[in-house]
Design a protein around this ligand. Sequence first.
Ligand SMILES: Nc1nc2c(ncn2[C@@H]2O[C@H](COP(=O)(O)OP(=O)(O)OP(=O)(O)O)[C@@H](O)[C@H]2O)c(=O)[nH]1
Length: 496
Amino acid sequence: MRTVGENDDPLDDATGDAGGDDGYRERYRQLVQEFDAAETDWQRDRAAGMRLLANMVLKLSATQPELSGLLKSFGDALQAGRFEAETETLSSLIDDLLAEVAPGPDLDSLGSAIGRLEALLDVMPSDPDALTDSAGIGRVLAKLEAALGERLQMLQRDLRVLANTLYEVPGWPDALAAERDRQRNQFAGRQLVDVDALADLIERGFSSIDQERGEICRFLGDLVGRLDVLEKTFSERDSRRRDLLIQAGEVNRHIETSVKDLLSESQVATDIDSLRTAIDRRLHSLTDDLLTLRGLGEDAISQSDQAAQELLGRLRSLEAERDQLSRSLAQTHREARIDMLTALPNRRALDERLEEEEARAGRQGEVFSVALVDIDHFKQINDRFGHTSGDRALQIIAKLLRTKLRRADVLGRWGGEEFLILFPATVLESAREIAERVRLGLSNAPTHFKGEQVRLTASFGLAAWDGQSDTIPALVERADKSLYEAKQAGRDTLRG
Ligand SMILES: Nc1nc2c(ncn2[C@@H]2O[C@H](COP(=O)(O)OP(=O)(O)OP(=O)(O)O)[C@@H](O)[C@H]2O)c(=O)[nH]1
């Protein structure tokens, strides 16, 4: 392991070992971005869910007459056909269907209609081409099937998005679950709500959304319960959905283990290099797992609201684990005496290095100098371009200062927008020359933020160690005083 003092360029070192752009930092950033994007999508879905409520009423109303019309024309077509053997069975089936739909189809009766339609298909001749006079019936049947399938699928999808979306509202999931159970019991007693009553309920729920959350919960419970009935009709034989859940469960467990291992490895890591290796190894597999989960999740969302809930739950708990990981990383970095943002030695490391230099200079009867560097008008960078750009400016300046200094000079982040340079075994005059070179280098290197050219400058306050009777706090205080004078003199200059 290398110590801070031996480190030529800590920023390069921090990414170099882990492989440049492929380093753990980059992958970690991507992971964070993915989570943020998921969060944004989710917010958007919530708004979409509210819009869907309104659309659903319209769709239900539109389905009813169209369905009746289609069933009637199907019946007519049958009458015109010559399927003597099947006519009786078919006619009674169609009568049943029409009777069921006539009073105003709701989701429950549509679900049952689909079941009957399947029975109808079963009794139809298996080879339509062999029957020249079946063309009309075939067309009507196909149209009916397509219209029903499409409408119900749309309805199902909308309901799922809606249910998922509103699960997000605090306190609703429990109310919803209770309501869903209640509705399930009602279904057992075949207690149906017609489409007008349903629409009424939705509208009432809308108009008093804040005061009447309970009402909306009941309404949603009703819809979700009905959705279950429909879903059963459609996908009882859909084993793919079950497979997806099993696969997702396996990936989840793998992720859980990886994160736990990583956390415990980061706790016991004794140096930054071994920690970095551990993170590197785990983040590879975590990122892959997450992508797999995403892929599975996308499929699962389209198939099951339950799967979507589970995926979301996983993403949330992963997010919590990510935060814990990031806290643990921050802690390790602090302990490693490296500043997280600039990857320079931090205040703690600088304090130690100053003490070492003081002891060395005292022993050998030498001197040394320090400079406090404060970025000019830095608040304006934050105010104009945002805090993230401010952070980037600090990173740019850190790197620039580092490249202008000698190998032996120690540069660290003293705090906020302030840096400290230690010039070991250097008299004030030489330190001043180097500092002036650094100041000019910074001042002549324009930077761009959000497409705008910005000139970053800094003020420098210098002081030299005054021999045995001097102390580090007194030395830094003198440098700070010089810095104040440099600021007073108009900034982008040095004093001391
Ligand atoms: N983005 C970002 N801003 C920081 C960080 N640390 C400190 N700052 C900001 O740096 C700014 C320092 O502002 P001031 O002390 O008013 O000084 P200034 O605007 O640089 O002006 P002068 O020093 O007088 O030239 C404050 O707005 C802090 O919020 C950081 O880590 N990141």
